[in-house]
Design a protein around this ligand. Structure first.
Ligand SMILES: [Zn+2]
Ligand SMILES: [Zn+2]
Ligand SMILES: [Zn+2]
Length: 764
């Protein structure tokens, strides 16, 4: 600044993910670079900056504050005010201040950055080979935080006193580890060890674990958000034994690979897949198996895809110096139980599953599973499970509100805290039908309330009276309760994620949801905005013979569709198609389908997929939720463009999609000799056409040309892309979910959006 130039000043408030991500040292360096003086300070609500200096430098400073902010930072709002310059000298970082009504955001865990990776691989570095290396650009966050504001004493790293050298880095604004709360080194930080048969092994734990894995053993590995069970993905007996011990029959295992080159050896990676694999969230990414993929077939049976992920902590990176290049890495739990995340929990609950335990003494405060994403056709991303790396990033809602707690559904449960147009969606918690998961659900709600310092007096819940989440909501006293229909919540989640309020046409396609008319919904066409919905169409209804029994046995659904398609003759057709029912089963099914005994009506799309998968003999035994639909998609020949002509009818003022006709055509084609893969593809193509035809009719009636696609069926990449393209061709605007899962994992987000919109309408 020349003497003639008059200094000016500015005061800035920055909010978003700006704490615990190296934001203050970045501001410090930026200010010094532009020869500005003043200070920066973390408050419990935002980062506050006061700067003064030459006007042109100030402009550049403000510009670069957003354009050059650190990798993990996310600025949601920046308020800039003029401020009288005070003639300050130098730039400083002030002590944190607490303001009432704290709203500072907690960052998500981030995978090891390139700088830390270089250090752990460099024999000359003091952090060489140290499995807990991290810095302000990477490392654990959400999983170690006990309370806010985010400072070391309020994390599980409080147990480790920093050595003088770490302290020096931590206090030096020029250092990459300035205020890196979990920073540590071999001198002062956590350590790793290996236990086998209750005994701690001497020597290099990572090397010993690598040796066991090479020998085909199963090792329980404590990672960032919980335990994994690992084994060599190329050794068939090891993978088979892990399946056996875990009680997991067919559901694919995820595979962690040493590096991108190894991922390329196993999967066909397009640009989008590669980008997702390398993203700082490091999710499990579904990638198409290569023809010459040499993994054990038991890793992902009947599946064209592999769930691949790259190592995301120094511990994993270092383990690969010794372990086989591709490791099965499946959640450390018995099937359907919650993830194990404490050393003692692992020693007890994983005792029968693992041959050895790779443990460490950095406690995990909040367990968090791996996230799973599915890239489709190189252009779309379907999040299947939102957890590590993404939580607790917030999702914007198009409606402001007082604090709301939305408790979600039963399967793939998440809950959501929303206030002032922002939604804090919990990590995937799993199915709430065990005592353990339900306990964890309640603990997690308490933790999120305390982190956000919100105690919502409004609770949104699903209308299904049997859901544990519903019972939890109804048991709360002195709060306002808002019930939200399941499929309305699906469409609201899709609208909200896209920043839209509707009205729109909504296709809510899933397995099961509670319908207010006493039938089971799941193939619903709605006209919906955030506050309300009207059902304007559905899939034709069929019986669910034996209720839950038909959900578990796809052959029963095929029988129900055969009954609807071929009438009383259906048992003969079922015999000719070798469904393998016993004569007792045949009698019971005939009776149930003729009388409706214990066989509610359903318009579920998931059940139609089950029926077709069983009829085409693609999948007749279900060992996990969604298996028949997944295997039907995997069986379909993608080049097949043929389809069946099936119509749209109407009944009771509703548009009705002829799912029975679609089933009949598929079965007739198959029995006339069409290969299952061809019939499966034609089924997908026809369903996409049927849905598009229904949307065109509804557009004519309503004038709406925006369509929201939501529900678990849209995890199906083939149906999604076929339908998407047809709708675009017909001139529709199509909304899909790309940040939150289309399955029940985002029901809580939809519930929160609906509740917020209803409160707004009431003027509350
Ligand atoms: Zn780092
Ligand atoms: Zn240290
Ligand atoms: Zn659903």
């Amino acid at each position: 600044m020349t003497l003639a130039e008059k200094p000016s000043g500015k005061k800035l408030q920055v909010s978003g993910v700006v704490q615990g991500v190296g934001f203050r040292p970045f501001v410090y360096r930026l200010a010094r670079e532009h020869h500005l003086s003043g200070w920066v300070c973390n408050t419990s609500r935002w980062v506050e900056i006061v700067v003064e200096g030459a006007a042109a430098s100030l402009e550049r400073f403000v510009q670069e504050l957003t354009s050059q902010s650190p990798a993990l930072a996310r600025i949601d709002s920046l308020v800039v005010e003029e401020a009288e310059p005070q003639g300050r000298e130098g730039f400083t970082i002030l002590e944190s201040r607490r303001l009432p009504g704290a709203e500072a955001l907690i960052p998500a865990d981030a995978s090891t950055c390139a700088d830390c990776f270089r250090e752990i691989m460099d024999p000359g570095d003091r952090r060489y080979y140290y499995p807990f290396t991290n810095c302000t650009n990477c490392g654990p966050r959400f999983t170690i935080i006990q309370s806010v504001p985010y400072d070391r004493p309020r994390t599980t790293m409080a147990a480790f006193a920093m050595c003088p050298r770490c302290r020096e880095e931590y206090e030096n604004p020029e250092d990459r580890r300035f205020h890196a709360e979990p920073t540590a080194c071999p001198e002062c930080g956590p350590r790793v060890w290996l236990e086998e048969a209750g005994r701690v092994l001497e020597g290099d734990a990572l090397k010993a674990a690598g040796k066991l894995l090479r020998e085909g053993k199963v090792v329980a590995i404590k990672g960032l958000g919980g335990f994994h069970l690992a084994c060599d993905a190329r050794q068939a007996p090891a993978v088979a034994s892990l399946r056996d011990r875990k009680g997991r029959v067919g559901k694919p295992f995820a595979v962690m690979v040493r590096d991108l080159a190894e991922a390329q050896r196993l999967g066909q990676l397009d640009g989008l897949t590669t980008q997702l694999l390398l993203s700082p969230e490091r999710p499990i990414v579904l990638a198409r198996k290569r023809e010459d993929c040499d993994l054990a077939p038991q890793v992902a049976p009947h599946n064209k895809y592999l769930g691949l992920m790259l190592p995301y902590t120094p511990l994993h990176l270092l383990l690969f110096s010794h372990a086989p290049a591709a490791l099965v890495m499946t959640s450390g739990n018995l099937s359907e139980e919650p993830l194990v995340f404490t050393n003692d929990g692992a020693r007890i609950r994983l005792a029968s599953l693992a041959d050895a335990f790779l443990l460490h003494n950095r406690d995990i405060q909040v367990p968090c599973d791996d996230s799973v994403v599915r890239p489709v056709a190189g252009r779309q991303v379907i999040p299947l499970r939102r957890a590590r790396g993404f939580v607790p990033q917030r999702v914007s809602l198009p409606v402001d509100s007082e604090p709301i707690l939305a408790v979600g559904a039963e399967q793939k449960n998440t809950f959501c805290l929303a206030w002032k147009g922002l939604a804090l969606l919990s990590q995937h918690l799993g199915d709430l039908d065990t005592v353990e998961t339900f306990d964890y659900f309640q603990l997690a709600i308490a933790h999120f309330k305390s982190l956000s310092r919100k105690d919502p007096q409004v609770i949104a819940y699903d209308l299904h009276p049997q859901y544990f989440s519903t019972r939890y909501a109804l048991a709360q006293e002195g709060v306002k309760l808002i019930g939200v229909q399941h499929h309305h919540a699906h469409i609201a989640a899709c609208l909200a994620e896209n920043g839209r309020r509707g009205p729109c046409l909504g296709l809510a396609l899933d397995g099961t949801g509670y319908g207010p008319d006493g039938t089971i919904w799941g193939g619903e066409l709605l006209v919906a905005d955030l506050a309300d919905y009207k059902r304007v169409g559905r899939l034709v209804q069929v019986r669910l013979p034996g209720g839950e029994a038909a959900v578990r046995d796809p052959r029963r659904m095929a029988a129900a569709y055969l009954h609807a398609a071929f009438g009383g003759d259906f048992i003969r057709v079922a015999r000719e198609m070798h469904f393998g029912f016993s004569s007792l089963e045949e009698r019971i099914l005939s009776h149930q389908l003729a009388t409706g005994l214990n066989s509610p009506l359903t318009s579920s799309t998931g059940r139609l997929f089950d029926a077709v998968a069983a009829a085409l003999n693609v999948c007749r035994t279900r060992t996990y939720e969604g298996q028949p639909a997944l295997e039907l998609e995997m069986a379909a020949s993608e080049d097949e463009k043929g389809y069946y002509s099936v119509g749209v009818d109407s009944a009771d003022g509703l548009v009705v999609l002829d799912g029975v006709g679609l089933f009949r055509e598929t079965v007739v084609d198959y029995r006339a000799g069409a290969a299952p893969g061809r019939a499966a593809a034609r089924f997908h193509n026809s369903l996409a056409r049927l849905l598009t035809a229904a949307c065109v009719i509804l557009r004519d009636r309503t004038g709406l040309d925006e369509v929201a696609l939501a529900g678990g069926v849209f995890q199906n990449g083939l149906l999604l892309t076929r339908l998407y393209d047809l709708l675009i061709e017909q001139g529709f605007a199509v909304l899909t979910q790309t940040r939150t899962p289309p399955n029940d994992g985002s029901i809580s987000l939809g519930q929160a959006a609906v509740a917020a919109a209803r409160l707004e309408r009431e003027g509350g």
